[in-house]
Design a protein around this ligand. Structure first.
Ligand code: SAM
Ligand code: DTB
Ligand code: SF4
Length: 339
């Protein structure tokens, strides 16, 4: 059987195709080459395939809304080449202390009133200290009490810290692999790919759902994009939530002048994530502000079923909520959790 045939049968059932070398005792894994073969399909065939997978697992007219809040901005010790919050680059983002609990609760209440179902709090830390965990745990408890799902992204996490967050009511931990192992060293040198995998494993061990994705448009090749998707799809189990970010080029970061990715290549990445991780929530994440309505509609058609909702991401802007509400009306989309 050739690779394409393996993909078509397995992916239509929403399963991973078996690697050539897999046996009954080994889990089936996605090979990067099989994912490259998906990328290489004619655009219409790829989108059709993604729609079939999407429709067999989700209501395609429903989109989940997560609102982001930066609870500790800037001054980060890491040197992720895309990030405006790294202390290594001069981007004009001022470092702030951890936000007081009352302000977080106020923002969460506003997000709920606007229709978000999940509140995601981000801190620009390499890794949190134990006293930070206590303060974030208090935030999680309060946000949960409002009736929102909770998500935090705090950098590298030890297993005991993950358990403390779980105990406070944390639903999701966001920690991205960002790019393929091969491209990674060109993007960040202050922590390793393995560090990221270790944090993901600690989060899993504590029983927290994993939100893990990456960024495209970092100057990576298609094969490296396929390599990122292979890493995500081969996590066992694969993440419950997969944010696909398009690089927001920020002046002062090393990647500020990177050539933008072809928009259809971005849509292909969404489709390939949907096919390889059939039951995950694929989030159309950073970079949406620069996408027109037609491109966003293609992303939903390709299987994206979640967005960041609210005028701001962490430090950069996101579409105004009125613009998103109008887009949903025009496309007949419903926000998850709303009648
Ligand atoms: N410090 C934590 C960490 O790195 O895990 C959490 C915050 S960090 C800003 C979360 C994610 O945002 C990054 O992993 C990256 O995927 C995404 N991100 C950051 N800057 C971005 C940019 N300029 N464009 C697109 N995505 C970006
Ligand atoms: C994710 O994958 N994207 C979000 C969230 N997880 C934390 C962050 C996007 C940040 C974009 C740049 C900024 O606003 O600073
Ligand atoms: Fe720090 Fe996260 Fe930005 Fe990297 S992506 S510099 S870890 S805030």
């Amino acid at each position: 059987m050739n690779t394409t045939a393996v993909i078509s049968v397995a992916s239509l059932r929403g399963e991973r195709p078996r690697a050539q070398s897999s046996t009954a005792n080994q889990p089936a894994r996605w090979q990067t080459e099989a994912i490259e073969a998906l990328y290489a399909l004619p655009f219409m065939d790829l989108l059709f395939r993604a729609q079939e997978v999407h429709r067999s697992h989700f209501d395609v007219n429903e989109v989940q809304l997560s609102t982001l809040l930066s609870i500790k901005t800037g001054g980060c010790a890491e040197n992720c080449g895309y990030c405006p919050q790294s202390a290594h680059f001069d981007t004009g983002v001022e470092a702030s202390k951890l936000m007081p609990l009352g302000e977080v609760v106020e923002a969460a209440q506003a997000a709920k009133e606007r229709g978000a179902t999940r509140f995601c709090m981000g801190a620009a830390w390499r890794s949190p200290k134990d006293r930070d965990i206590e303060r974030v745990a208090a935030m999680i408890r309060e946000v949960k009490a409002i009736g929102l799902e909770t998500c935090v992204t705090l950098g590298m996490l030890e297993v005991n810290q993950a358990y403390s967050l779980k105990k406070a009511g944390l639903d999701y931990y966001n920690h991205n692999l960002d790019t393929s192992p091969e491209h990674y060293a060109k993007i960040v040198s202050t922590r390793t790919y393995q560090d990221r995998l270790d944090t993901l494993s600690n989060v899993r061990d504590a029983g927290i759902k994993v939100c893990c994705g990456g960024i495209v448009g970092l100057g990576e090749s298609r094969s490296e994009r396929a390599g990122l998707i292979a890493q995500l799809a081969n996590l066992d189990p694969y993440p419950e939530s997969v944010p696909i970010n398009n690089l927001v080029p920020v002046v002062g970061t090393p990647l500020a002048n990177t050539d933008p990715i072809d928009p259809f290549e971005f849509v292909r990445t969404i489709a390939v994530a949907r096919i390889t991780m059939p039951r995950t929530m694929v989030r159309l994440s950073a970079g949406r502000e620069d996408m027109d309505e037609a491109l966003q509609a293609l992303c939903f058609l390709a299987g994206a079923n979640s967005i960041f909702y609210g005028d701001k991401l962490l430090t950069t802007s996101n579409p105004q909520i009125e613009r998103d509400q109008l887009l949903f009306v025009r496309l007949g989309l419903r926000a998850q959790g709303r009648m």
